[in-house]
Write a new protein. Structure first.
Length: 694
């Protein structure tokens, strides 16, 4: 039989020696800390919060025997991470414990409490107050003083002689003197130790030992020599807009009066008051860079463009420049900065598109051919998504031999626009670029600009979408567009808001995009647009629409397609923003409600409620303090009247609910209440429920 070279007596001796060394070094750790939550992939990735939010931390903590445990939650802001600090390091993902560097401030400690006796589950919370990195950990130890105090109390209550116990307590207090920093505290502790050891003061020694002030003093100088410290877990803290906001997507080139030329930034600026009046927070522009001429696409994605066709904005780059230039038809960089300033004057933040690809005419194709993938005949490979072909777009090769130069150039592009006041980016197809690039890229941006937000436009498999969110993306597009039934919506948003996913994946619910016109909107008429608006704006704290949604634009390129007819992606469009049948008033009212109701500005409190009709969906949200509650009920059928009963989450025999959409009040009762929806009249309720006492 083969012998394990590390087995038998040699292995036992080695383990005994390890224990002996640990004892000699004072490293015995009796407290065990397990199952710390929240933690994403065991701490490999950070959880996410926004300024002012709380982190509720739980853990299983226990020790051998019956001694008293003290468990504290520690947190602090930190200067940054080692993660992604240099391009040369991007291939080496650090250990989670090594990703925190120098602290900006000392630890703040919060006592943890048992969730319930006998569970060994402890809980505490802390708040975060500034963008950037934060860290937290759990420290636990067996407290000899508290154990002694508990046993003394039990024995004294039983009438036992506690003389020796009082002497033991005196010794514990004397030991603590060496750990206090105040001479005054040291003198007070020595005095108390003397009094406990003085047999002449028997009547009051027990009361003195159990005094709450003594407990407080001993806690401040607790013996943590053998404390167990968990690994530090990271929190990335964003500004509020990362959690809550309404997005509006527009093509500035369609804002001009002449349908045969591009609108300019100055002309597009005249649209900003209308967008602000609708109640949006962010205006998102597709790429604003020069558009290539080679293989330019024509209207409706035809392969041949006419001399005046503008082409796709995502075919970036021409003789006028690349990712740091503006399309001449839109104007100059100075014109762009005017547009941004005008947006800010109207309370709007500007978001730009980061599309890491080029047209065949981009300067980088000539200057850095090594950054692209080549065919055997030497030509550069264009983008494909069979059966679709994008001859006007060249993808980058992120694994080329000169990848460091490419990665740095892309970071420089982002810094260029950040220097011009941009703090929000929508990122095109991030799932087609390496995950390690995004971790490095976002970390480098955040090292200088912790207020910058990144929206991931990745309509791909769930695990890939989640991994991008873990790797640093602030928000993520979702499957909301394709979730149209009560069962689909309930299952999907329960997952997004009540599971571990909620710790790192922030959904942004776009009701439509230039690429996606769902069949529900194509065939549902105005009621379908009303229903999807109500759902997007109340299911998600962040949501968005692409312009034309408010006009109920529903013309598809062809049956079975989700492409818009006469898509703005390939041509100019002239819009009549007040045409009959628009839902401008509803959009404005819904956005006003979102700003007034704190409950709608968070996702984690979303809860679904029973209805007896599968065409009717009901759900509520609560403000973080539990005071404000909003109940949304929507008719998912855009064609027919639907009615039924909804089980409401109010524990009162009779109460009043007020519809925030039209300010109509209803008297409801505990349990089930009746609703009716007539398409064309009312597609849903946003109800303010009775406030809970704080």
């Amino acid at each position: 039989m083969a012998t394990d070279p590390r087995g038998g007596r040699a292995a036992i001796s080695e383990r005994v020696e390890t224990v002996r060394v640990a004892l000699d070094l004072g490293l015995v750790r009796r407290a065990v800390v397990e199952r710390i939550q929240p933690a994403v992939d065991g701490g490999r990735f950070p959880i996410k919060r926004t300024v002012g939010e709380s982190v509720v931390v739980t853990a299983d903590v226990f020790a051998d025997g019956h001694d008293v445990l003290v468990v504290v939650l520690r947190d602090r802001p930190v200067a940054g991470t080692n993660h992604g600090a240099q391009i040369a390091d991007v291939a080496r993902i650090p250990n989670p414990e090594s990703q925190i560097t120098t602290s900006l401030a000392g630890w703040r400690e919060t006592p943890m409490a048992l969730v319930a006796p006998g569970t060994d589950e402890w809980r505490a919370r802390f708040d975060v107050h500034a963008p950037g990195w934060h860290e937290y950990q759990i420290v636990a130890w067996v407290d000899r003083f508290l154990t002694w105090r508990r046993d003394l109390q039990v024995k004294a209550a039983a009438g036992q002689d506690v003389g020796m116990e009082l002497l033991e307590g005196s010794m514990l207090i004397r030991d603590a003197v060496a750990r206090v920093t105040s001479d005054r505290d040291a003198m007070e502790l020595l005095e108390r130790a003397d009094r406990l050891a003085d047999n002449a003061r028997k009547p009051d020694r027990v009361a003195l030992a159990l005094d709450d002030h003594l407990v407080t003093m001993m806690a401040s100088s607790a013996d943590r020599t053998h404390a167990t410290e968990s690994a530090a877990y990271r929190v990335w803290v964003d500004r509020e807009r990362a959690r809550f906001g309404a997005w509006y997507e527009m093509f500035p080139r369609s804002a001009g009066p002449d349908p045969h030329r591009s609108g300019t930034f100055q002309e597009a600026a005249t649209e900003l008051p209308r967008i602000a009046d609708l109640g949006f927070d962010i205006v998102y522009l597709p790429p604003i860079h020069p558009i290539g001429r080679s293989f330019r696409k024509g209207p409706n994605n035809t392969l041949v463009a006419g001399p005046n066709d503008p082409g796709s904005p995502w075919a970036i780059g021409g003789p006028e420049g690349g990712h740091t230039a503006t399309e001449p038809g839109l104007g100059t960089l100075e014109d762009f900065e005017m547009f941004r300033a005008e947006a800010e004057r109207h309370g709007l933040e500007l978001a730009l598109d980061l599309a890491w690809q080029t047209s065949p005419d981009h300067p980088w194709v000539r200057e850095h051919p090594e950054w692209f993938r080549h065919r055997p005949d030497g030509t550069i490979k264009y983008a494909e998504n069979p059966p679709k072909k994008y001859q006007d777009i060249y993808p980058f090769d992120f694994e080329n031999e000169e990848w460091r130069g490419l990665w740095q150039a892309l970071l420089d592009v982002a810094e260029f626009w950040i220097d011009r006041g941009i703090r929000v980016f929508r990122v095109d197809n991030p799932h087609t670029k390496p995950f390690s690039f995004w971790e490095w890229f976002i970390d480098r941006v955040h090292a200088r600009h912790p207020d910058v937000l990144f929206l991931s436009e990745a309509f791909t498999r769930p695990k890939i979408m989640r991994y991008l969110a873990k790797g640093g993306f602030t928000q993520s597009y979702t499957y909301f567009t394709w979730r149209t039934t009560k069962a689909e919506l309930t299952e999907y948003f329960t997952e997004l808001t009540t599971t571990e996913v909620a710790e790192y994946f922030r959904p942004n619910l776009f009701a439509n995009t230039p690429d996606i016109l769902h069949a529900y909107l194509q065939h549902g008429g105005r009621p379908a647009f009303e229903a999807r608006l109500l759902l997007a704006a109340t299911l998600g704290a962040s949501y968005g629409i692409y312009n034309g949604f408010e006009l109920c634009e529903a013309r598809a390129l062809k049956p079975g397609s989700e492409e818009y007819a006469d898509s703005e992606k390939y041509q100019y469009r002239k819009w009549n923003w007040t045409q009959p049948g628009n839902i401008n008033e509803l959009v404005c009212r819904v956005n006003t409600i979102r700003r007034e109701q704190a409950a709608l500005q968070f996702d984690r409190t979303l809860r679904f409620h029973a209805t007896d009709n599968d065409w009717i969906i009901a759900y509520s949200k609560t403000s973080p303090d539990g005071f404000d509650r909003v109940l949304t009920i929507v008719n998912l059928d855009p064609h027919n009247t639907q009615q039924g009963f909804v089980e409401t989450p109010v524990d009162e025999d009779q109460y009043t609910v007020r519809d925030l959409l039209d300010d109509v009040a209803y008297t409801w009762h505990r349990g089930w209440n009746y609703v009716r929806f007539d398409p064309g009249v009312r597609q849903g309720h946003i109800l303010c429920l009775p406030k809970r006492p704080i």
